[in-house]
Design a binder for this molecule. Structure first.
Ligand code: SAM
Length: 337
């Protein structure tokens, strides 16, 4: 029995706090076509050079090794994943890794439309789309882009094609918090689950305390228009079932990394486009995979070192996210949220 348990644990990533790490958020690029005020710092950004970005072959090796360690869910994110050439072929090759149970996407929706048909063919079913307003002008003010209706059309067509869509809104005081109930009404009618996210200090000098709007404040606004009941949630979002006075009902989530902790159920590691394996979004610790991937080693040696790197990264996972880091040195835009 002991041997059996040892074998079982050998091929799993269990951290020091007994959490089973089975979810990899993989950022395929640091480039994005939007300049969201909460993500893109006000100064010019030096994007990674192409040579610093993991190739698809390299990413595939990493995911193959990870899948043998119990990682069975991969979220592809960015930057903006659809900016990377041949991304559909890469997603398709991920689908050939039989241990992966779920491959899901997070996108800003600007280039979703032309890919929907192929995404459906290769088996993608769930897409999270970031949208912070239902106003074209405000969309431009938040993102610096005029493609509001392109994103909305992408959501609409994805629903028509049968994709399961979640919409993520980063709530910013004085900018879009007044839209919370309208957002719920609009998307509930289209059976889309909306999640409201607290603004996190992960955007360098772009961080603005005065934009912060807390979980409790979001709930206060929602309760004015809806009856809400919390659900037992295991993920990062505190989920609620809600219904309004006209019987409109559905589910929403609030992701509150700043005022609440969801770390006890953390099951994730992050891999940046440059091959940094990160145990925690708010932590500077990381294990660099690129030197292994590009080292003068046999494939077997690389696989062994990647396996060790994953175990190393899991050992580094903190019990919960530290809030004492200064915002200037961790950028969510290259880690993918
Ligand atoms: N470009 C894709 C997108 O927009 O969804 C993926 C990358 S983006 C970094 C992923 C998510 O991170 C977005 O959905 C956004 O909601 C969230 N995000 C970015 N910066 C954030 C911040 N400072 N605080 C909270 N959420 C943030």
């Amino acid at each position: 029995m002991v041997e059996e348990i040892k074998r079982e644990r050998k091929n799993k990533l269990i951290d020091c706090f007994g959490r089973n790490i089975d979810y990899l958020r993989l950022s395929v690029t640091d480039r994005c076509d939007l300049k969201c005020v909460y993500c893109h710092p006000p100064h010019k950004i030096n994007y990674l050079d192409r040579s610093e970005i993991c190739s698809y072959w390299e990413l595939l090796q990493v995911v193959k090794v990870a899948s043998k360690l119990g990682i069975d869910k991969v979220r592809l994110t960015g930057g903006e994943l659809f900016l990377r050439k041949d991304i559909i072929e890469f997603i398709s090759s991920l689908h050939e890794i039989e241990e992966l149970k779920e491959i899901v996407l997070t996108t800003n929706g600007t280039s979703l439309l032309p890919h929907l048909k192929r995404l459906k063919e290769i088996g993608i079913r769930r897409i999270n789309i970031s949208l912070d307003t239902l106003s074209e002008d405000l969309f431009y003010r938040i993102t610096g882009s005029h493609r509001f209706f392109t994103v909305l059309e992408g959501i609409q067509r994805a629903l028509e094609e049968g994709f399961m869509i979640k919409v993520n809104m980063v709530v910013l005081r004085g900018i879009n918090e007044t839209e919370i109930t309208e957002f719920i009404k609009y998307f509930l009618k289209n059976s889309v689950e909306v999640r409201f996210i607290e603004f996190m200090p992960l955007c360098g000098p772009g961080w603005r305390e005065d934009y912060f709007f807390s979980y409790e404040k979001m709930k206060e606004i929602i309760k004015k228009k809806f009856d809400i009941h919390p659900l037992l949630s295991s993920g990062v979002a505190q989920e609620f079932v809600l219904k309004d006075r006209n019987g409109l009902k559905g589910k929403i989530g609030i992701i509150a990394p700043v005022t609440r902790s969801f770390c006890s159920s953390c099951s994730r590691l992050r891999l940046s486009a440059s091959g940094e394996l990160r145990p925690c979004l708010f932590s500077r610790t990381k294990v660099e995979l690129l030197p292994i991937l590009r080292g003068n080693l046999s494939l077997r040696e690389k696989e062994k070192m990647i396996r060790e790197a994953f175990k190393e990264a899991v050992k580094m996972k903190p019990v919960s996210m530290s809030k004492d880091h200064d915002a200037d040195d961790i950028y969510i835009r290259s880690l993918g949220g």
